[in-house]
Write a new protein. Sequence first.
Length: 81
Amino acid sequence: MPASATLIGALLGLGTQMYSNALRKLPLMRHPWEHVLGMGLGVIFAKQLVKWDEQLQVDLDKMLAKAKAANEQRYFDDGED
């Protein structure tokens, strides 16, 4: 997954920079360093998005486990009093 996120981010950054140059009717590879910078920012964005999604899944699992425990305590432990 990290390799695909890196590749997707790099393509996203490169595509954004090329699209920007195309809209302004400039040569697509006008300043190559801008493309490298865009690719780097795209990689960072994609990796952070993957990291955020994994953390979100962990948090969701914790919340679901708490809710399940609360429901079990509510329905199964309530009749013993």
